[in-house]
Design a protein around this ligand. Structure first.
Ligand code: TIU
Length: 226
């Protein structure tokens, strides 16, 4: 067992029963010309966390955690995209419309890929999800249960949309969840901050939060690096 400094208190986990879940670090959200920009957002705010997420991925791989990547994506025929979701995008660049990185938020298009710096390894799980949550209409729950996973460490974008929705879904399914504070970002920084606070409020009503340095420090100590 390993314990790290976190809020609202220490987070203890068994590495062999822990998965890192990296939410939607896709070009569609992080680079100009994709879904994020089509919604009117400044996408440059999200690119800033890529190096920290890369460090977190490296730690998880070194420690032998299960690594899961999610992608928000829809089928080419939009059969898994509720009309209500499509209608609420910007009127001139909706899900499925042509964009600078291919069709917006469509599985297999260049813009739907995870950014190169965080590319999944062949041994890692990649979950395509049509909703904001990682469990809704995906095989994630079954994949985690089959591997005896009990603890989830979350990173990715955006904090208050897909990360928070996924963390709440996980919390309701009984997982102990940690959100890595500097490995998550929002187009609206105040919403990121509010999400961190609401997750850990009321004694950890949704889970724990900690900076990446807490994880790095405890793993360094375990290996005698400090
Ligand atoms: N991945 C994710 O958060 N999808 C979104 O649509 N986020 C927004 O903030 N729009």
């Amino acid at each position: 067992m390993l314990t790290i400094d976190a809020q609202p208190g220490p987070f203890t986990f068994e590495p062999s029963k822990t998965a890192l879940v990296v939410i939607d670090m896709q070009r569609d959200f992080i680079e100009p010309g994709g879904f994020g920009e089509s919604l009117g957002n400044d996408v440059s705010l999200l690119a800033a966390i890529v190096p920290t997420v890369a460090s977190l991925l490296a730690l998880a791989r070194r420690e032998g955690w299960l690594v899961v990547h999610t992608r928000e994506s829809h089928a080419a025929d939009l059969s898994d995209c509720p009309p209500a979701k499509r209608a609420r995008g910007a009127p001139n660049a909706r899900i499925g419309d042509p964009g600078r990185m291919g069709r917006i938020l469509i599985r297999g298009e260049p813009g739907n890929a995870i950014v190169d710096e965080l590319a999944p390894l062949g041994s890692e799980l990649v979950i395509d999800k049509p909703g904001k949550g990682a469990f809704y209409a995906t095989p994630l729950g079954g994949e985690l249960a089959a591997r005896g996973i009990t603890h989830l460490v979350f990173a990715g974008v955006t904090t208050e949309v897909c990360v928070q929705t996924s963390m709440r879904e996980a919390n309701d399914r009984g997982y102990e969840c940690l959100l890595v504070e500097d490995a998550t970002a929002s187009y609206i920084p105040a919403f990121r901050q509010a999400t961190l606070e609401m997750v850990r409020s009321q004694g950890g009503i949704v889970g724990w939060t900690a900076p990446f340095a807490s994880l790095a420090q405890s793993h360094g100590e375990k290996r005698g690096w400090n």
